[in-house]
Design a protein around this ligand. Structure first.
Ligand code: SF4
Ligand code: SF4
Length: 103
């Protein structure tokens, strides 16, 4: 039987429309969570511990932290679940940001 555990956390998320692939975030991420693929930074959520170093370093403001709770299941299934949840959270945060800016 598959064991599922809920892990509340925060994760770094890259806005691909802002990222220019400079790699500065890769150099400061001491857990090795970030790599640049096709000129865009990609975060390995299993390694991100929410230290904020990448977010503070990015010259483009392309990285933000989002609250996240996800079930820890088998690695492949867990990554797919994480990506789907982060995409949904990213959209929700953009809507909230627009609402705040409209005030
Ligand atoms: S520092 Fe910012 S712009 Fe540079 S690769 Fe990382 S996320 Fe992209
Ligand atoms: S928040 Fe810290 S651990 Fe997470 S990706 Fe950024 S530098 Fe790496």
């Amino acid at each position: 039987m598959q064991q599922v555990q809920i892990l509340p956390s925060w994760k770094a998320v890259v806005d691909e429309s802002l990222c220019v692939g400079c790699g500065k975030c890769v150099k400061v991420c001491w857990t090795g969570a970030i790599s640049v693929v096709d000129k865009k930074a990609v975060v390995d959520f299993n390694r991100c511990i929410c230290c904020t170093a990448c977010m503070k370093t990015c010259p483009r403001g392309a990285i933000r932290l989002v609250p996240y709770s996800f079930p820890l299941v088998q690695r492949d299934e867990g990554l797919a679940e994480i990506k789907a949840r982060l995409n949904a959270l990213g959209s929700e945060l953009e809507e909230i940001q627009k609402s705040i800016e409209a005030l």
